[in-house]
Design a protein around this ligand. Structure first.
Ligand SMILES: NC(=O)c1ccc[n+]([C@@H]2O[C@H](COP(=O)([O-])OP(=O)(O)OC[C@H]3O[C@@H](n4cnc5c(N)ncnc54)[C@H](OP(=O)(O)O)[C@@H]3O)[C@@H](O)[C@H]2O)c1
Length: 280
């Protein structure tokens, strides 16, 4: 056991940035034992997040779960405790409220006594047909899928870069690789997120912070409930296993299932003169 006590992060009241603690957080595992990872999950009631949390809980990691639905969050938190997580903290929060992010994130990292992984699965599909005629709905999709993650990542990147440690794992989508008529509002929110995350990686990888872009193809979760061809979509448990493995490996980009790397390379290569005539 280390004799170092965990130090609390505090927020600079003028900028809302995290301030460096004077001493490093404690490692509490006995010598030789695996040190549980301290994992913050932003959007913890997501189908993909829940499946990842099950894997993390079963290997004894510490989890801090944030979600907007109190009932769903309580159920996920109880399940993770039962499965063996070494610590489960939680907070109910609507992550669209960017002004609340600094205080929320400081509370989360203080509860975990540090941070190894921040996982950002929050997102909404929205209604493409509605977003085509209603800017407020398009803005809602862009806010939840792009603006809110940018706010969270800005604070988290500062926190991790100050400590030269940590992994930021962000769920984008293959839909961000090329705009298509069937979902270009959602797709553009993910394209923005993918570009932001790539730039962030380019900036802070050299500081010792891993930044991972996760691009799922269609997955069987609440988001795709009732969609055509759902039986052919990826199984959420397999997707979660690939995500957990990629985070452990510090991979830069994960297409999951892997076939989507090839599919999207083909889709990106189609000349615009032909692409604009396709019904995709
Ligand atoms: N499923 C797919 O086919 C697919 C494909 C590519 C990418 N993705 C991406 O994968 C991620 C996870 O999606 P999923 O498939 O697991 O779908 P999901 O089960 O619908 O998860 C989305 C989660 O985001 C949460 N969320 C949305 N807005 C929020 C807000 N303002 N504050 C807090 N939480 C909020 C939702 O909370 P509630 O539970 O309260 O609604 C839900 O838990 C998303 O970013 C999605 O875009 C999914």
């Amino acid at each position: 056991m280390s004799d170092t006590q965990p130090t609390r992060v505090v927020i600079d009241q003028s900028t809302q940035e995290p301030l460096l603690p004077l001493r490093a957080p404690a490692e509490t595992a006995p010598a030789g034992a695996r040190i549980p990872k301290r994992i913050l999950v932003l959007g913890a009631t997501s189908g993909i997040a829940e499946a990842c949390c099950r894997l993390w809980a079963e290997r004894g990691d510490s989890l801090f779960l944030v979600a907007r639905s109190p009932d769903k969050l309580a159920a996920v938190a109880a399940d993770m405790t039962t499965r063996g997580a070494s610590f489960v903290g939680s907070v109910v929060a609507n992550l669209d409220d960017t002004a609340a992010h600094p205080e929320l994130l400081a509370h989360a990292v203080n509860s975990l006594a540090g941070l190894d992984i921040a996982f950002l699965p929050l997102g909404i599909l929205g209604d493409q047909a509605l977003a085509e005629r209603s800017f407020p709905h398009a803005e809602e999709i862009l806010h939840t899928n792009f603006v809110a993650p940018v706010s969270l990542l800005t604070w988290l990147a500062t926190y991790c870069a100050q400590r030269h440690a940590g992994t930021l794992a962000v769920v984008s989508s293959v839909a961000g690789d090329r705009g298509r008529k069937s979902n270009y509002v959602y797709g553009s929110s993910k394209a923005g997120l993918t570009a932001f995350v790539a730039g962030l990686r380019n900036r802070i990888d050299r500081e010792g912070v891993r930044v991972i872009t996760i691009k799922p193809g269609p997955v069987k979760t609440a988001m795709t409930e009732g969609m055509k061809g759902r039986e052919k979509m990826a199984d959420v448990e397999a997707v979660a296993a690939a995500i957990v493995k990629a985070i452990d490996a510090g991979q830069d980009t994960l297409y999951v299932p892997g076939i989507w790397r090839i599919i999207m390379a083909v889709i990106r290569a189609i000349p615009e003169s032909l692409f604009k005539k396709l019904d995709l």
